[in-house]
Design a protein around this ligand. Structure first.
Ligand code: ASP
Length: 355
């Protein structure tokens, strides 16, 4: 009897062992297949803008146009490489924006537009769609790459938005690169300021801002939205604001929900345009909200807000965005918008004017 039991037991143990092994192997290979599938199916893509405005074909020399396109191409390729190599969307966004901030062509970092007093005041923001973390800075005068300070605010402070001298004190603590304010100055922006100020109806008077056509006083804010291989969406925006701005005016670019927004469930957005209207229209969040609550597509939501709501209010500008499926939208109601993208199929587009 004992022998028989022993015999049965010795048969049962290896049988059970192999059954378990088999089970583990098959569930392992099953999860491996799902994982591989997920990785294969997770799209990644990136889009940037270099500002929307009244730029018409023929207004710029060919060499200037080529310089804009070359810088946009460099920025989009740099950002794309980060996510292509499996890096995080946040690094793609900051590295692409850094290139645009360092170029004097764009209204961000070096080459930022001048305030009424001929100084530079820089704004930036960044948002991560995974956990809706956000950081922003406004009115800084010495921070070489404002987007990096916005990122530091998000990562290393308990706050979302810092401004002015306090933001620069934080930058020093964070060992963010500071430069002499003259670093940002360009002759081109001085000429633009002079032109604007010559046209002022009543200089040194607030009514001048009401009477002026401000629509041409902004060019070249920069922004980037990236979706990485983990399905995370990050959006960032950096700007010098609007030419001739006064009284520490702050636009939409550092305002989360207006100039920048990211939510992995819907999309990431960076805006450019007449900031006052984008703040009042809560543009970036409005587009995401239409997707979340109204189940609109990104394309429809962006079109409604940019082609209808903002012009109806009297504003102008555009947005770039990516949804969670990797669809890219570049919508603007101005003559042009400096922009570039590399979509989920790896196809690159660099453009300035309306197609
Ligand atoms: N939106 C920016 C601002 O109002 C300017 C721009 O995008 O050109 O500060």
């Amino acid at each position: 009897m004992f022998k028989l039991r022993y015999y049965l037991f010795s048969l049962l143990v290896p049988a059970l062992f192999f059954a378990c092994q088999e089970n583990t192997n098959s569930s392992q290979s099953e999860s491996k297949t799902t994982q591989t599938k997920e990785i294969e199916e997770q799209p990644y893509a990136i889009v940037i803008h270099g500002g929307a405005g009244a730029m018409q074909r023929g207004m710029m020399s060919d060499s200037l146009e080529n310089a804009y396109k070359a810088t946009l191409e460099k920025a989009i390729k740099t950002g794309y490489k980060v996510i292509e190599d499996g890096g995080e969307a946040i690094d793609a966004v900051t590295s692409a924006i850094n290139i645009l901030e360092d170029s004097p062509l764009f209204n961000a970092g070096k080459g930022a537009v001048l305030t009424h007093d001929g100084t530079n005041e820089l704004d930036a923001s960044i948002m991560v769609g995974k956990n809706k973390d956000a950081g922003a800075i406004a009115g800084v005068k010495r921070v070489k790459n404002p987007i990096l300070l916005a990122k530091a605010v998000m990562e290393n402070s308990p706050h979302v938005l810092l401004s002015g001298a306090g933001a620069e004190e934080f930058a020093e603590e964070q060992e963010i690169e500071l430069v002499d304010p003259s670093y940002f100055y360009t002759e081109e922006r001085k000429r633009a300021l002079d032109k604007v100020q010559q046209n002022e109806v009543t200089p040194n008077n607030s009514s001048a801002f009401v009477d002026m056509d401000l629509s041409d006083y902004k060019f070249g804010t920069v922004g980037c939205v990236a979706l990485d291989k983990d399905g995370n969406i990050v959006a960032g925006t950096s700007t010098g604001g609007m030419t001739n701005k006064r009284w520490n005016r702050i636009g939409d670019s550092p305002i989360i929900g207006a100039g920048t927004y990211a939510d992995n469930e819907t999309c990431g957005i960076s805006a450019t345009g007449w900031g006052e209207f984008f703040i009042r229209g809560v543009v970036a969040h409005d587009i995401a909200a239409r997707m979340r609550y109204g189940k609109a597509s990104l394309a429809d939501a962006a079109k409604e807000v940019i082609q209808k709501n903002i012009p109806e209010m009297g504003g102008d500008g555009g947005i770039i965005a990516i949804d969670k499926e990797g669809n890219i939208v570049m919508e603007f109601n101005t003559d042009g918008m400096f922009r570039a993208s590399i979509d989920k199929n790896g196809e690159m587009q660099v453009a300035i004017y309306e197609e």
